[in-house]
Design a protein around this ligand. Structure first.
Ligand SMILES: NC(=O)c1ccc[n+]([C@@H]2O[C@H](COP(=O)([O-])OP(=O)(O)OC[C@H]3O[C@@H](n4cnc5c(N)ncnc54)[C@H](O)[C@@H]3O)[C@@H](O)[C@H]2O)c1
Length: 156
């Protein structure tokens, strides 16, 4: 999922140069909303918060939201619990089920899951629901990034 963020940071997003991206994001420091606070969302959100960004995780599961706001996570990654605990404590990381917070965050990263169905095609229902919910709160100037893992393509 990090392909969107990775390319934005490394090679330039949407064919833009690093300088153009710098101009694009300069002055936008209101915060980052990470939609889908599962495995990828929690890792990404906690690292960005630890780098100084105000991060709000948005998830449809109240249990996920409650856990983060208590400074905890069940995502099994080394030191992730510590990152989540520290950044929740200092107020840089929180979570909510309310998509309305998108209006207060210039950046939106969608990290909702795409489980594989029996035919190994990704099930995109959650992504569609998240895109619709995000779309209701976008305004001019929002930068939205997202990505999903796809099954490998095989060429014969
Ligand atoms: N986990 C990995 O190692 C990995 C690696 C590369 C890419 N990816 C991709 O990253 C994406 C996220 O994967 P993951 O492993 O973090 O998934 P996950 O299942 O761990 O987390 C997804 C989260 O999204 C939440 N969610 C579901 N519908 C939602 C909605 N409408 N609005 C807001 N939140 C919603 C779920 O409650 C869950 O907490 C997937 O597209 C996956 O293919 C995952």
């Amino acid at each position: 999922m990090t392909e969107g963020l990775g390319s934005a940071m490394g090679e330039g997003a949407f064919g833009r140069s690093d300088a153009e991206i710098d101009l694009l994001v300069r002055g936008k420091r209101s915060g980052i909303a990470v939609v889908g606070f599962g495995y990828i969302g929690t890792v990404l959100g906690a690292v960005l918060a630890d780098r100084g960004w105000p991060v709000t995780g948005i998830d449809v599961k109240q249990t996920v939201v409650d856990e983060i706001n208590l400074g905890k996570t069940t995502v099994p990654e080394p030191r992730l619990n510590e990152l989540v605990a520290n950044n929740v404590r200092v107020g840089r990381l929180c979570a909510t089920t309310d998509f309305g917070v998108i209006a207060d965050n210039d950046f939106v990263i969608v990290t909702v899951g795409t489980p594989l169905g029996p035919d190994f095609e990704p099930i995109v229902d959650d992504i569609k629901a998240a895109a619709r919910a995000v779309g209701e709160h976008l305004h001019k100037g929002h930068l939205v990034s997202g990505g999903t893992a796809r099954r490998p393509a095989v060429r014969g």
